[in-house]
Design a protein around this ligand. Structure first.
Ligand code: HDD
Length: 705
């Protein structure tokens, strides 16, 4: 007799087989489908149809589970092995597929096929990441962002494994494990994760003056981007272009976001991490699935040996930039991200970037950081992906023909034909295997190298402060204030006063006012300046280094949080929605309850979010529109009060319409509203509001500058 407990199992089984959504079939159609049509049958990994996926096989209704239940054992076996090691750095990331289109032929500079002719398209895959945090950490950590691009070129994959900051903490790869160990959670306690605001990071940074320049960038708003779509990317190192004649030039790569650069403010970042730890990945996913494809222009700075020799700094030193004012960035193509992944693990987790993946026409330089990376990335993929055959995974596989004599290995999926698996061989036809490409292959740039073998840091790498100073002096007052505040916050989290003092002593070599303001913020006396390894070189400020100085006048790609209370003027709501959408933004409707709000014309406006789950930090600007009843209800709701107070504190443009006085009062803003708080109840008001949100935040509210 079947017991009562067995009945639900029958229902669940039929759900699994009959009603399974089509998209569970698997990306490559690799899952076994026994019965035709759109309802795949659940099978084991070996293809046998599963009778019942809800009850393991047991002896008797209430007896022990039997070892012969192979379907159960296979399911648990696979589950137990689902995780692979997360990346040792850049563990948390998100990615998407795209296409790169070349604007003009660069064949005079490089024979790389990506740049062969105007209009040439190359498939790409991009992974953005934070560096320090673990896989499950939050998106808005103050951190460098990885910006890694795989170009599936006609002549093999080109991986441009860059960051959103053009310099790095260290000059020599031998220090990379030390850098990473210092920023990761401290080994004796396992915290803090995903942040540099602790003793060990600043201990290391203060003892390694070469990291000072990078810490300036890291303390700037670059490290808290509003969106992956609104940040720059850099190849960091100086690479080499090599043309068909074998002539080489130096090149640096830049990604410039078409939406312009934008960051959030620190207090906002802290709150976003609580409100939506997936803020950046959601933003990318939402934009691409809405057809609002993010784009970046690829730019190159090309220079020759004469420039490199005359430059005040060493172009092989990854702690230095080449200012755009000295060597302009030439735009050579556009990348569009147009497809989200089908499966996060298969694609984003298993994608394997390697700096050593360069096609003919692109080559390395002797940057000691790059040279070390070229070893590390191959090695780490074996650790993470478990087999030398990781290049066969769909996301990693080149889109051009692959032919070599490497054989076998774990998880070999290619059935390699032919009799000879060695080179040279005397076989012919399909038995002989591939032949070398000779001059058509990746021919290394024939650089002359000489000198004794020594462990030494070149004297040309010694200046650690001049470009850090240039960066600081190139920022607007508001941005300088944010950098000061970030140092104060981070060093304030250090429990060892000597570490704070050592860092401030280094900052005195960057800029006296910076050091004095940080010391003041920390409430400590100004220490003596540390000894610099090289005298400062006078540099001109580089306007290209400021985010705010280069802000784009647009609301494209940004988001309005529209808080609507009962009785709100229906026409006013529509006008704001229409205006913002027309300006290229998106609108998210928020109400006291997620069921929505009843408008003046009696219609129900559905909400996407209840205000308790949608703090204003999730939006670029906010509008409150409400009737009298709704206005009082919002004033009584703590989350609605915070919504407005935070929007004001984060310098956001605010639109107010209808009966908002009670809420403004309750939010503590009575008498404080400024000209970035606009009345949006009328048509003219809505127009003025839409025009204003294309502009900057209301920085005059910022007292840190
Ligand atoms: Fe690295 C990952 C960028 C220096 C060793 N790195 C990694 C990723 C990015 C960068 C974007 C994530 C790739 C992905 O999304 O899968 N790394 C950089 C930049 C550097 C840099 C811009 C300096 C200019 N890295 C660097 C050095 C070493 C490494 C000096 C070691 C000697 N990086 C690694 C790694 C990782 C990695 C351990 C971890 C996961 C991976 O490679 O695939 O090999």
């Amino acid at each position: 007799m079947p017991t009562k407990k067995q009945k639900p199992a029958a229902r669940a089984t039929s759900r699994a087989t009959k009603d399974a959504p089509q998209d569970h079939i698997g990306n490559g159609g690799e899952l076994h489908q026994v019965a035709g049509g759109d309802s795949p049958v659940l099978t084991t990994a070996h293809g046998a149809p599963v009778q019942d996926d809800n009850n393991s096989l047991r002896a008797g209704d209430r007896g022990p589970t039997l070892l012969e239940d192979h379907a159960f054992r296979e399911k648990i076996f696979h589950f137990d092995h689902e995780r692979i090691p997360e990346r040792v750095v850049h563990a948390r990331g998100y990615g998407a597929h795209g296409v790169f289109e070349c604007h003009e032929s660069l064949s005079d500079l490089t024979r790389a096929s990506v740049f062969a002719e105007a209009g040439k398209q190359t498939e790409t895959f991009v992974r953005f990441s934070t560096v320090a945090g673990n896989l499950g950490s939050f998106d808005l950590a103050r951190d460098v962002r990885g910006f890694a691009t795989k170009f599936y070129t006609d002549e093999g994959n080109w991986d441009l494994v860059g960051n959103n900051i053009p310099v790095f903490f260290i000059q020599d790869a031998v220090k990379f494990p030390d850098l990473v160990h210092s920023v990761k959670e401290e080994p004796d306690r396992g915290f803090p994760q995903a942040q540099s605001a602790h003793d060990t990071f600043w201990d290391f940074a203060s003892l390694m003056p070469e990291s000072t320049h990078m810490t300036l960038w890291q303390m700037s708003d670059r490290a808290i981007p509003r969106s992956f779509r609104m940040m720059e990317g850099f190849g960091v190192h100086t690479f080499r272009f090599v043309n068909a004649a074998g002539e080489g030039t130096f090149v640096k790569f830049h990604w410039k976001p078409v939406l312009g650069m934008q960051s959030v403010v620190w207090n906002e970042a802290v709150k976003i991490n609580g409100a939506d730890p997936d803020f950046h990945r959601r933003d990318l996913f939402d934009a691409i699935t809405a057809g609002d494809f993010p784009q970046w222009e690829l730019g190159v700075q090309v220079f020759d040996d004469a420039f490199a020799d005359a430059f005040d700094f060493d172009v092989l030193d990854a702690t230095k930039i080449v200012p755009e004012e000295l060597v302009p960035v030439r735009t050579v193509g556009t990348m569009t991200l147009n497809r989200v992944v089908d499966n996060v693990f298969a694609e984003i987790e298993q994608v394997a970037f390697m700096t050593q993946n360069v096609p003919p026409g692109i080559d390395f330089t002797n940057d000691p950081l790059l040279q070390g990376r070229n070893f590390s990335y191959l090695d780490t993929q074996l650790k993470r992906l478990g087999s030398t055959n990781f290049s066969q995974l769909p996301v990693n596989a080149p889109r051009c023909p692959v032919a070599h004599f490497q054989r076998d290995g774990h998880m070999q999926t290619s059935t390699q034909p032919g009799r000879a698996a060695y080179e040279p061989n005397s076989f012919t036809g399909s038995d002989r295997g591939p032949r070398e490409a000779g001059p058509d292959g990746h021919v290394p740039f024939p650089e002359q190298v000489e000198g004794p073998t020594r462990r030494i840091r070149a004297a040309s790498f010694r200046d650690h402060y001049s470009q850090a100073r240039q960066f600081f002096l190139s920022q607007t007052d508001v941005e300088q204030g944010h950098i000061v505040a970030a140092y104060v916050f981070e060093l304030g989290k250090c429990e060892i006063p000597a570490i704070r003092a050592r860092m401030v002593a280094n900052l005195r070599n960057v800029d006296e006012s910076l050091a004095a303001r940080v010391a003041d913020g920390l409430g400590m006396p100004l220490p003596a300046a540390s000894e610099a390894a090289a005298p400062l070189v006078e540099t001109e400020p580089s306007p290209a280094l400021s985010i705010l100085g280069n802000a784009k006048e647009t609301f494209e790609g940004r988001k309005l949080g529209l808080l609507v209370g009962d009785g709100a003027d229906a026409a006013a709501v529509k006008r704001v929605q229409k205006g913002v959408t027309k300006a290229g933004g998106t609108v998210e409707v928020i109400a006291a309850k997620v069921g929505g709000a009843t408008l003046s014309d009696g219609t129900l406006l559905e909400a996407k979010q209840a205000v308790a789950g949608a703090p204003s930090v999730l939006y670029d600007t906010v509008v409150v529109l409400t009737g009298p009843a709704g206005g009082q209800a919002l004033a009584d709701e703590p989350a609605a009060r915070d919504f407005l107070t935070d929007a004001f504190t984060h310098y956001k443009v605010i639109g107010l319409g209808g009966s908002t006085d009670a809420l403004v009062d309750a939010a503590g803003l009575a008498g404080k509203l400024d000209d970035a708080c606009l009345a949006v109840g009328t048509a003219a008001g809505a127009t003025a509001y839409v025009a204003r949100i294309a502009g900057p935040r209301q920085w005059s509210r910022d007292l840190s500058a």
